[in-house]
Ligand binder design. Structure first.
Ligand SMILES: [Zn+2]
Length: 135
């Protein structure tokens, strides 16, 4: 991983083999980023996406493999519970899939822009068994 700070924005470049959630969590801990907004693109070698089911309160999961998975859009936030990212990915058939990022391993690179904000707490919402933003 490499990064540069431009004003209040961190520009983060991930390398092949880096797992996005773990890398971003470690980066935020090291840079003392409590919360913020994340936007990025890149190429992955493996990606596990989830789709939340409000009735079962669980994620359906699907794993994507490939020698190159286009990360068409990676967006989300960082809060006290760590990164919460969603992604739209595509492949050589030009079809898209998307969902909640459970894990994503970089195949080529990820180019991320992280805009820090004040710390945003989360609280458990018993309706979904999810820790949602407390505003
Ligand atoms: Zn999500």
């Amino acid at each position: 991983m490499k990064f540069r700070k431009e004003g209040n924005c961190f520009i983060v470049k991930l390398e092949p083999g880096d797992e996005v959630i773990a890398s971003l969590k470690k980066f935020c801990e090291e840079q003392n980023v409590k919360s913020g907004f994340v936007q990025g693109i890149g190429g992955a070698s493996e990606c596990v996406l989830g789709a939340f089911d409000g009735k079962t309160k669980k994620y359906a999961e699907k794993t994507f493999h490939g020698n190159f998975i286009e990360i068409l859009s990676l967006a989300g936030d960082v809060t006290e519970t760590g990164p919460h990212l969603h992604a739209v990915i595509g492949g050589h058939d030009f079809a898209c899939s998307g969902g909640h990022v459970i894990s994503m391993t970089i195949g080529v690179t990820a180019e991320l822009f992280l805009f820090p904000s004040e710390a945003i707490p989360r609280e458990l919402d018993p309706r979904f068994d999810l820790k949602l933003m407390k505003l």
